[in-house]
Design a protein. Sequence first.
Length: 357
Amino acid sequence: MPCEFAAMKLPTILFICTNGAGLGHMSRCLSYARQLREQAEPVFFSLASAIEIIQEMGFSADYFVSPNWSCTNSSDWNRELCFRLGLMLEHVRPAVVVFDGTWPYQGFINACGEYGKAKIVWSHRGLHQADKAKSFPHQNMFSLIIKPSEVGDESGLEEESNCPQVRVPPVCILQEAELLDKGHARKALGLSENARYALFSLGAGNINDVEDAGADLIRRLQATGFEIVWANNPISVKDVVLPEGVRSISTYPLVRYLRAFDIFIGASGYNTCCEVVQAQVPALLVPNTNTKLDDQQRRAHLVARHAPVAVSECKSEDERESAVRALLQLVSVPATRTCLVPMNGAERAAEEILALC
């Protein structure tokens, strides 16, 4: 007699990720989905354009254009979002919908309300600039709000209005065992065993100009004997003109290969900061002060407490000279490359999401 449980279908969980300046929203959803793939059927509805990354990781994905790139006005875009997401909900019939974004769209709210058969979760990363933070007025539509912590924050259950909230440790897409050591990472990237390498990852360039400061930092590090590698961002809307002698790579997730490099120079977005703490590679973090909401300056200084990190906006030649000097000083200190901060937020979040099924 066949076991009745063998025929039971895994619950479907629909992840909706918005399109930010980088891949942060998509990466958090992928982090949760990777933890859930043995116990649920993760499906994606992505406003981030790099859905080939989602598919390469083995998940089904549908794409809908972000309001940042749409030619329609806000009202029309939200109506179309409601229609397209409504079709998706009726097609995959999820038990849980997980939205990762700064602010839930009206079209998302309407589509989920009309569907009415799923628990709704908001994955809501904080650390906003103090004068720009505001509270979403319809929190009671959610069954749970997950708050990924910044590095060093403590986790714990929070209650606000009628919606339970849980703060989880920092969310990382890969676990420690999945990171390559220096030798294997260099072999995978085709890098020399003995050269000194600096990796640049200054963002997609969608909301800030990375070329001028980046070029100056490159010249200064080349003068000290470093070979330069530039990480291309999959959602960049323009090509970055690289100085002569700089090679480029395009790989995701970047953290898998981060230990191939002697130093790292990057913007202080959420994912990058988590990866720097994971890999413990000496790093220069360059906060992007042009972000609409994110407090990258504060985040970078938090990270510097838990990893070998120098922080500078690198806006002037003097700032860049001091930043390179501080970075090279970090390189001279022997590193254990042991992460002492809990970074298992994806696992904890997945447990909370699965409990709602």
